[in-house]
Design a binder for this molecule. Structure first.
Ligand code: ZN
Length: 105
C-alpha cells in the first residue's frame, strides 16, 4: 500500500508529543515538506530580535513560531484526542481517519 508521507494538513488541530510544549495543542499554520517540520500556532515560540526598519525606530523582540518535527505532533480526533491518522480509500478519494475510532478527520 502506498504510504502517504505526511498525514498532517494545514489547519489541523494537533497536539505536541515531545519537546518543551509537550501536551499543548494548536493549529497547523504551515507544513514545511522539505524539512518534514510544521509550524503550529502559538507553540514552540522563540524570541527573535527585529531590527529597526526606519531610522529612529527601535528594534524589538518578537516571538515567532519555530518549526516542530512532524513526527512530534499528532492530529487531534474530536472523540479520542491525539491519534495516529489512517487513510481510507473511498472510491476515488482518500479520506483521513482516526486509527482509534475510525472517525473521519
Ligand atoms: Zn478517534
Amino acid at each position: 500500500m502506498a504510504q502517504v508521507k505526511y498525514k498532517v494538513k494545514k489547519g489541523d488541530q494537533v497536539q505536541v508529543m515531545a519537546g518543551k510544549d509537550t501536551g499543548k495543542t494548536g493549529r497547523v499554520l504551515k507544513i514545511k515538506r522539505d524539512s518534514g517540520r510544521v509550524l503550529v500556532e502559538g507553540l514552540n515560540m522563540v524570541k527573535k530580535a527585529r531590527k529597526p526598519r526606519a531610522q529612529g525606530e527601535k528594534g524589538a523582540i518578537v516571538e515567532i513560531e519555530a518549526p516542530i518535527d512532524i513526527s512530534n505532533v499528532q492530529v487531534l480526533c474530536k472523540k479520542c484526542g491525539p491519534t495516529r491518522v489512517g487513510i481510507k480509500v473511498d472510491g476515488d478519494s482518500k479520506v483521513r481517519i482516526c486509527r482509534k475510532c475510525g472517525e473521519t478527520l
